[in-house]
Design a protein around this ligand. Structure first.
Ligand code: UDP
Ligand code: MG
Length: 320
């Protein structure tokens, strides 16, 4: 492609031989009808079924369909990352390949972003009726925890179906993280944003590639990416046990004075409590330093400039 398209669609694809043809069937007419230049970046996350062959076939009569293929399976977030880094468009929409995110919402997202000059348009799930009871509740707990970590900027029930402007994509590309969790990083950016509500549909074909183990990993990645609180747990436990230690020491001394103890018990008990508390506090101290080293290594930018009068372009229309 000689000039950059207006719209890029980033689609992580892993073993989707059943779903992909149906997705293309629904996506293509929609994009062709949009009357803008576009590209679809299909990121094949090391599929082991007929997906790669299928993708080559699709590309043969759909030149806007780009193929990025991973040498091995690296996970949904990694595929998303590669797609975002390689997309050329002024606006980039990320979408699943199984039609769970209805592509019909893309024009709505694009229109909203262009009309209101937004950098982020979240696809927010209005209804999880098609998800299993288990998925609904684990997802509920996940989003509750993430809001605690990222703060109110995090829209609840927003997955990876969203639109990003070029500025937002460039900001994300500037992040030096190795394992970005975009559904947290994007709200963390805090750029002007809007929402489009959609109903999460049922997977059109095939089965989910997100078993419990991957969900747990995503949750762990999310927490450790955004918070050193787990490290701080030792500090708090240590301080608490120190207080408990003092209270029990008083009790033990009184018991000793009254004479209702076995010989040797008081000294052993106080010694044990004391050593336990000291150890926890020390582990906590280490945790504090490790936490700070971690955030230094993450090296996230402290700010993003939205407007500078010395530069020609005023992205938010806030300048004179
Ligand atoms: N996916 C991927 N790599 C993986 C697992 C999934 O690229 O290791 C893709 C998959 O093809 C789909 C999207 O990520 O387009 C979401 O995966 P899935 O539908 O299995 O997850 P769920 O919707 O059940 O959470
Ligand atoms: Mg899915």
């Amino acid at each position: 492609m000689s000039t950059a398209p207006l719209l890029s669609i980033v689609m992580p694809i892993y073993n989707e031989q059943e779903a992909l043809p149906l997705t293309v069937e629904r996506l293509r007419p929609l994009l062709d009808g949009l009357d803008v230049t576009y590209e679809v970046v299909g990121v094949d996350d090391g599929s082991t079924d007929a997906t790669p062959v299928l993708m080559r076939k699709i590309r043969q009569d759909w030149p806007e369909f780009r193929i990025v293929r991973f040498a091995r399976n690296s996970g949904h977030q990694a595929a998303l990352s590669a797609g975002l880094h390689r997309a050329f468009g002024d606006y980039v929409v990320s979408i699943d390949a199984d039609l769970q995110d209805p592509p019909e919402k893309i024009p709505e997202m694009l229109a909203l972003a262009r009309e209101q000059g937004l950098d982020i348009v979240y696809g927010v799930r209005g209804d999880r009726g098609t998800d299993t009871f288990f998925k609904r509740h684990t997802a509920g707990a996940y989003y509750w925890l993430m809001r605690k970590l990222v703060g109110k900027r995090m829209p609840s029930q927003a997955g990876d179906y969203r639109l990003l402007s070029r500025a937002a994509v460039d900001a994300l590309k500037a992040m030096p993280e190795h394992q970005p969790v975009y559904r947290l990083l994007v709200p963390w950016l805090g750029f002007p944003s809007g929402e489009v509500v959609y109903v999460r549909e049922e997977r059109v074909a095939g089965s989910t590639h997100y078993p419990l183990s991957k969900m747990v990993r995503l949750a762990l990645d999310s927490v450790t990416n955004f918070s050193a609180s787990p490290l701080r747990l030792a500090t708090w436990l240590g301080l608490t046990s120190f207080l408990v230690c003092i209270a029990l020491a008083v009790y033990t001394t009184v018991a000793y004075a009254v004479g209702s103890t076995v010989p040797g018990w008081s000294s052993l008990f106080i010694g044990m409590l004391f050593i336990g508390a000291v150890q926890l506090v020390c582990v906590g101290l280490l945790g504090e330093y490790v936490g700070r080293i971690y955030s230094a290594v993450q090296a996230r930018p402290a700010y993003f400039v939205g407007y500078d009068s010395a530069e020609e372009q005023d992205r938010y229309g806030t300048g004179e």
